[in-house]
Design a protein around this ligand. Structure first.
Ligand SMILES: Cc1cc2nc3c(=O)[nH]c(=O)nc-3n(C[C@H](O)[C@H](O)[C@H](O)COP(=O)(O)O)c2cc1C
Length: 589
């Protein structure tokens, strides 16, 4: 609960930041107003002097189909193996080829684009403005052929390698693994400067979207390997700083702690604890303190020669810091930030009819769709979606026990989708609402304009809480709301992600601001992959006029805020651009 004066101040600051960084029709949130090309940040963090462990890129590795990631077989395997007696230690369970695949299908480069002598890389995970503020780490080992000792390893996407940040005392690493039922960990951090260089004050929001996308990308990559990625809420930001050695970084280019993710593999180390459960704090706290004393070879590279300060970003970052739990009281989910209510356990089973749709029609490999994912830069204004594909996409954004992304997300769904349906066969064009948490209908009905119908579209699957708000042509509205971007009207449908807002910043607390953005990023990542699976394309939309959308829906106050938009449809490629293979620079060398 946020009731100390410091919490009230933090809440106030987060609310002010959010209000101040809204785009409006007549003015945009504060930014430089021009592109300072001379100081464009280097998209690749390197630690000069740190040893680089090269990963061998996967070849001939078909893996499961995309739809198989959602069919629940992983959880079944996990349950079966958990019943088997333990045979191996955690450390033996991660292989170098699995680590390589986790990053190759999670955070690696996926292509280069080139035009007129300029070239730029693209990645498996999307990023606002392709600026990639998110850095990835693996905490694991020993890994045969890579490291004979556990280590904190920084992922370098350009090289597809791991830089050794620090070697760990095996006993401390084992303690961490046992505490969280993990065979290793992935951690994420953000360099806000990469985004604020271009987007100024609104950049902090975009960094949080990108974290959500990265968690989603890693979760789907892990699912390919039969692993689960689970968010550990009991570790606070200060703990993560100590673990990764981020306290050695200062200034505007410093990395900021985001999240620690447990890699859970079916088998002996899976102790059944999800990241939502806080194990006895002193056990892992001592291990992290011990790890925090290990030397950190290597110096972070300089990303830009000069910087423009955006103090409000430092302030909101401070206000949103995730506290470390001071004690463990499983009975009190409000006071213990480490203990999250588990939505997954209560999630309704999904309608088997949705699976009928996918098994009949789709054979695409997960790995192929993951690496071909791209943002549409233009939409054709013609392509129509089948209703079945549309419903399946929406269904896949809903939490459920075996879902490859949501099974590791410990929070109830707080984000609902407003849909601008333009071209979906069998659906009347218009404005729709998907309620993502059962029971939230009344809340939303009470907040939305009373002019809306809230009727069930004929043919919508039972159990999918989809409502038609009002029939009509909403192409112009979507275009106008999304900063006049054509992609919002030229797709088959556009999305506005509405978060339950101020009540969630009051409890659990201001730090939940980041979680709300992460949830939208996770939904966005799923929509990107769902679009690829349906043979169309998606694009995240961070540029939108917040309050124009709220006015359209009749939303007043801060109970609900739109945090992210998205579009799905038939893409038009820019034929002037040349596409090059992701690692042709390494193959050439
Ligand atoms: C949080 C976020 C916001 C974005 N906002 C926009 C946007 O407003 N307009 C747009 O055309 N693309 C937007 N994009 C797409 C990015 O420009 C795109 O991800 C980036 O250029 C990398 O390309 P890729 O997705 O093909 O890898 C956004 C992406 C993300 C993740």
């Amino acid at each position: 609960m946020s009731d100390t004066p410091a919490d009230v101040d933090r809440l106030d600051l987060v609310l002010r930041y959010h209000q101040r960084t809204k785009h409006h029709m007549d003015h945009y949130a504060r930014s430089l107003g021009f592109m300072d090309w001379a100081n464009q940040p280097d998209p690749f963090r390197r630690f000069e002097g740190a040893p680089m462990l090269r990963l061998v890129r996967p070849v001939d590795d078909p893996g499961p189909t995309y739809d198989a990631l959602f069919d629940g077989s992983w959880a079944e395997q996990a349950r079966a193996r958990r019943r088997a007696p333990p045979q191996a230690d955690a450390a033996d369970l991660i292989r170098a080829d699995q680590v390589s695949a986790l990053f190759y299908y999670g955070l690696a480069l996926s292509a280069w684009k080139a035009i007129a002598g300029n070239r730029w890389s693209l990645r498996v995970n999307p990023s606002s403005g392709n600026l990639h503020p998110t850095e990835g780490y693996l905490i694991g080992g020993p890994i045969a052929g890579l490291t004979d000792q556990p280590a904190v390893l920084h992922y370098a996407p350009f090289e597809h390698g791991l830089e050794v940040r620090r070697r760990l005392d095996p006993a401390s690493f084992r303690t961490l693994c046992h505490a969280f039922g993990a065979v290793g960990f992935v951690a994420l951090s953000s360099i806000y400067w990469r985004e604020s260089w271009k987007y100024g004050e609104r950049a902090y929001r975009y960094c949080q979207h990108d974290v959500g996308h990265a968690i989603g990308a890693l979760s789907l990559s892990a699912a390919r390997l039969g692993w689960k990625i689970s968010l550990i809420e009991s570790v606070g930001d200060a703990d993560l700083v100590a673990l990764l050695g981020l306290d050695s970084q200062t200034g505007v280019e410093a990395e900021h702690p985001d999240v620690l993710l447990a890699i859970v593999a079916p088998g002996p180390t899976d102790n059944g604890l999800s990241g939502a459960v806080a194990p006895q704090t002193p056990v892992w706290r001592e291990a992290i303190e011990q790890i925090g004393t290990a030397p950190l070879p290597g110096e972070p590279n300089v990303l830009s020669r000069a910087h423009h300060p955006w103090p409000i970003i430092d302030q909101v970052s401070h206000a949103c810091a995730k506290p470390s739990p001071t004690g463990y009281d499983p009975a009190d989910t409000r006071e213990s930030p480490g203990v999250a209510p588990s939505y997954a356990a209560q999630a309704p089973e999904r309608d088997p009819a949705w699976f009928g749709i996918q098994t009949a029609r789709r054979r695409a490999l997960a790995g192929r769709l993951i690496r071909q994912r791209r943002s549409a830069v233009a939409m054709d204004g013609r392509t129509r979606l089948q209703a079945a594909d549309f419903y399946l996409m929406l269904a896949r954004t809903l939490p459920s026990t075996d879902h490859p992304v949501w099974r590791g997300w410990p929070w109830p769904a707080c984000v609902h989708l407003t849909l601008f349906v333009h071209r979906v066969d069998g659906l009347t064009p218009g404005l729709y609402l998907l309620v993502r948490r059962p029971g939230a209908e009344d809340l939303l009905r009470g907040l939305f304009s009373d002019k809306f119908e809230f009727s069930r579209p004929p043919g919508a699957p039972e159990g999918l809480s989809l409502y038609l708000l009002r029939a009509g042509d909403y192409r112009q509205a979507a275009h106008a709301i999304c900063c006049h971007q054509d992609i919002a009207e030229g797709g088959a449908f556009a999305v506005a992600m509405l978060a339950e807002f101020e009540p969630r910043l009051t409890s659990p607390g201001p730090w939940f601001y980041r979680r709300l953005f992460w949830e939208t990023g996770l939904i966005g990542q799923l929509l990107y992959l769902e679009a690829e699976a349906a043979g169309v394309r998606g694009t995240g939309i961070g540029c939108f006029f917040d309050d124009v959308l709220h006015t359209l829906l009749g939303l007043e106050g801060r109970a609900i805020q739109s945090l992210y938009h998205f579009t799905v449809g038939g893409a038009v490629d820019d034929t002037r651009l040349q596409t090059l293979a992701a690692y042709e620079h390494l193959d050439r060398a």
